[in-house]
Design a protein around this ligand. Structure first.
Ligand SMILES: Nc1ncnc2c1ncn2[C@@H]1O[C@H](COP(=O)(O)OP(=O)(O)OP(=O)(O)O)[C@@H](O)[C@H]1O
Length: 739
């Protein structure tokens, strides 16, 4: 290894995501080309690199560096370049120039020790200067940490995530236990932290390593929807990962059980190992749902028949038998589940239930697991519905989210109606039920044939399968065939039958295309020209392309790229920002892809802030309102009114959303859905998936592709097995306490 010091003369290439950089250094030995991964590099900055010479056929001799350290720039030009490089919010080339003109060589000291003085710079007020000085401090810490992480081949993106989690304690915490990275940092797998640990000299069969491997296998299984794993399966999976003796793994399982990280339930055939939080959540949900369902209420002073008749008269409908049952059960029981496919009258039934309770002056609380589902519930009921997170009053401290509503400060309401409840996972259900006390009725509404929750568990299905809680299955279709083939076909697909395609003047079309590339072209044309001009749909707001796949010609990446070009093409009037493989442009339709509880939004009208709040959630759609390459800020407008500012280094939270996966579309509805149907892995191409995809459409479905794959999906009724035991626990709880 050799060390060279010099000034960065030119940055020839740079990938912002992994930090791969090719640059020219002016050193005391002349000009040197350096290549390698650098977290930060700026023109005119003084750097020290450590590495080896390599020879490149085209570019000749280069220094491939392992580490790169930047020293604080000292020349005026260096300081200006450093400040304008996009590291600090609100500081772009113009502001950087102004700062250096004002403070000269002291510029960086001013930002660090005396930021108040920045107010002298045009455009910088108190708020901005606070943000600038906090970001500057962060950059200084990040730099040291990045230098440390680089020796372990950790990418810049992951390095930033690590820093965001551990802050200035990063190095200390990693040294203590490198495996915490795979537990704590989304995107860092066990393999990376294992490589790091081994680099630090950890023994292959150390208990430290085995325990980390076991936890990782359990977390990965939870990501696949499991609440537990049979012990044999856990051992096998861990042994494949770690390549150590099974007996050592068994020992570590015992230790983890002793330390209460894991919990074991010994059965006759096999033993089941739980990650403790899932075990606790299943137990609590089972107990609470049984307790709430066994509540005895004073008879309500209501003439139900009269209420029903009056609602029927008002709505000019006659309730079906099951709808009537759902209404009566909801009034009499502590917990009721109302399920049914599209058009089976769920909303109509809920509205009747709400009316009856409200006539009794009882408080009805409405909620749903996602922002879009809550918004739709607000529209269909004409009353406010909140996301479960908001209802539970989440708060966010550092990286940890907590709910302020719990058993001590429960949700105030006589009746809680939860829509789209098939999307609730076991942990969220636990938090929700904790905050519901006796005296409150719970009505869970949903469609169990949708894709299951993203998180672990099979909550709604398990509660139904326990056969211990009142369930009403609405099975009569009210949205009729003359009106909607979407509904008819959804029900056909659900029963394993082939849908009716291309009826005249209908709303369900299949366009045969025999290869993905032709389908891609057709989808672009449908979205950008044919559907907008023929039916007057807004190509961005009304039409949503859904796809099963991420990769391939009709995967989201390819579709988004082509749709962006067709619907929001390049223009000198629209600013752009490239982030990794994604190119963002003003006007783009985007989606937030992770829950961010402390991201601030503002409702602004005529320059005035009308309302402020925090939290943008996984699955929220928005449009890019502006990209400011001077301030390094990208603004997105959500729900047509909430403005959110993203600093350029948090753009990994956004994705183009002209096309989204069917999984991400759960809980949302769109006027028009276009969906490609081509070959893909059978794990993905399931009946559940096509059913979920088409039921997202209110007015029109257009499938594009090969019929044989539509057949394949409809026949593929494999509901991926999820290991969960809520149904059993509900039955056991009743056996022990109520029989
Ligand atoms: N008993 C009924 N008699 C006649 N029409 C009904 C009845 N119940 C519901 N409908 C009508 O059927 C349509 C679908 O009902 P609703 O919206 O309640 O169903 P849903 O299960 O919520 O399904 P989706 O959300 O897919 O519309 C609506 O137009 C509604 O007015």
């Amino acid at each position: 290894m050799l060390t060279i010091e010099g000034i960065v003369e030119e940055i020839i290439f740079r990938n912002d995501v992994n930090g791969y950089t090719v640059a020219k250094l002016k050193s005391s030995d002349g000009m040197v080309t350096i290549v390698g991964n650098a977290a930060f590099i700026n023109l005119d900055e003084m750097v020290e690199v450590e590495g080896e010479w390599i020879y490149h056929d085209t570019f000749g001799e280069q220094l491939k560096f392992e580490t790169i350290k930047t020293t604080v720039p000292s020349t005026l030009k260096g300081i200006e370049n450093y400040l304008s490089s996009g590291l600090l919010p609100y500081v772009g080339p113009k502001t950087a120039k102004n700062i250096v003109a004002e403070f000269g060589e002291d510029s960086l000291d001013i930002i660090q020790y005396n930021p108040e003085k920045l107010k002298r710079i045009p455009g910088i007020g108190q708020k901005k200067l606070e943000k600038i000085s906090a970001a500057y401090e962060e950059q200084r810490e990040i730099k040291d940490i990045m230098v440390y992480l680089q020796q372990f081949d950790i990418t810049v993106n992951n390095g930033i995530k690590i820093y965001k989690k551990y802050g200035k304690d990063t190095i200390k915490l990693i040294n203590e236990n490198p495996y915490r990275l795979s537990e704590d940092i989304y995107g860092i797998g066990f393999k990376t932290s294992d490589a790091l640990a081994r680099n630090m000299g950890i023994d292959l069969s150390s208990t430290y390593r085995i325990e980390a491997g076991l936890k990782f296998v359990m977390m990965r299984s939870a990501g696949d929807g499991h609440c537990y794993l049979p012990k044999e399966e856990l051992i096998n999976k861990t042994s494949v990962l770690l390549e150590v003796e099974n007996s050592l793994i068994e020992e570590s399982i015992k230790d983890l059980i002793f330390k209460k990280n894991f919990h074991i339930v010994n059965g006759l055939e096999s033993s089941l190992v739980y990650y403790a939080p899932f075990h606790v959540a299943e137990n609590n949900v089972a107990r609470k749902i049984v307790e709430l369902s066994k509540q005895e209420f004073k008879e309500l002073e209501v003439d139900i028949e009269k209420e029903i008749t009056s609602i029927q008269d008002e709505e000019e409908i006659e309730f079906g038998e099951k709808q009537l049952l759902a209404i009566r059960e909801s009034i009499e029981n502590g917990v009721v589940i109302i399920t049914g496919g599209p058009g089976t009258g769920k909303t109509t039934t809920i509205n009747a239930i709400i009316k009856i309770f409200e006539d009794l002056e009882m408080k009805v609380v409405l909620t749903a697991p996602t922002g879009r589902a809550a918004k739709r519930m607000t529209e269909t009921t004409g009353r406010e519905s909140k996301t479960i997170h908001r209802l539970l009053e989440f708060s966010y401290l550092e990286e940890d989210m907590a709910f302020n509503r719990d058993e001590d400060t429960p949700i105030e309401g006589d009746v809680i109606i939860i829509d789209e409840s098939s999307m609730i996972d076991i942990l969220l259900m636990n938090s929700l039920l904790k905050a519901i006390n006796e005296g409150t009725r719970v009505i869970l509404v949903g469609d169990i044939d949708q894709l299951p929750s993203v998180g672990a568990g099979n909550v709604l299905r398990d509660i139904i399968n326990s056969e211990s809680i009142k369930v009403v299955m609405l099975d009569k279709i009210f949205r009729q065939a003359e009106e909607s083939m979407i509904v008819v076909n959804a029900h056909k697909i659900n029963k394993g039958e082939f849908p009716v395609l291309n009826g005249k003047d209908k709303d369900f079309y299949f366009l045969s295309k025999n290869n993905p590339i032709t389908s891609l072209k057709t989808i672009i044309e449908l979205n950008s020209k044919r559907l907008p001009s023929f039916y007057n749909y807004d190509p961005l707001k009304d039409i949503q392309v859904l796809t099963p796949m991420k990769k391939g010609d009709v995967g989201i990446n390819s579709l988004n790229k082509e749709l962006q070009e067709a619907l929001n093409p390049e223009s000198s009037l629209k600013a752009e920002k490239k982030f990794g493989d994604e190119l963002f442009r003003v006007g783009d339709k985007v989606m937030q892809i992770k829950n961010n509880y402390n991201l601030e939004w503002k409702k602004i009208k005529g320059g005035l802030t009308l309302e402020k709040g925090e939290g943008v959630f996984n699955g929220d759609f928005g449009y890019i309102e502006s990209i400011d390459n001077e301030d390094n800020i990208l603004k997105v407008i959500f729900d047509e009114e909430k403005i959110v500012e993203y600093s350029f280094n948090s753009l990994d939270e956004l994705k183009l959303a002209y096309a989204i996966t069917v999984h991400k579309s759960q809980g949302s509805e769109f006027p028009v859905v276009i969906m490609p149907v081509h070959w893909g892995p059978p794990m993905l191409l399931t009946r559940n998936l096509i059913y979920t995809g088409i039921t997202r459409a209110r007015e029109l479905v257009v499938l594009v592709g090969e019929e044989k794959f539509l057949h394949m999906m409809i026949q593929n009724n494999r509901i991926t097995k999820r290991y969960s035991s809520l149904d059993k626990k509900i039955r056991e709880y009743i056996d022990v306490f109520y029989s």
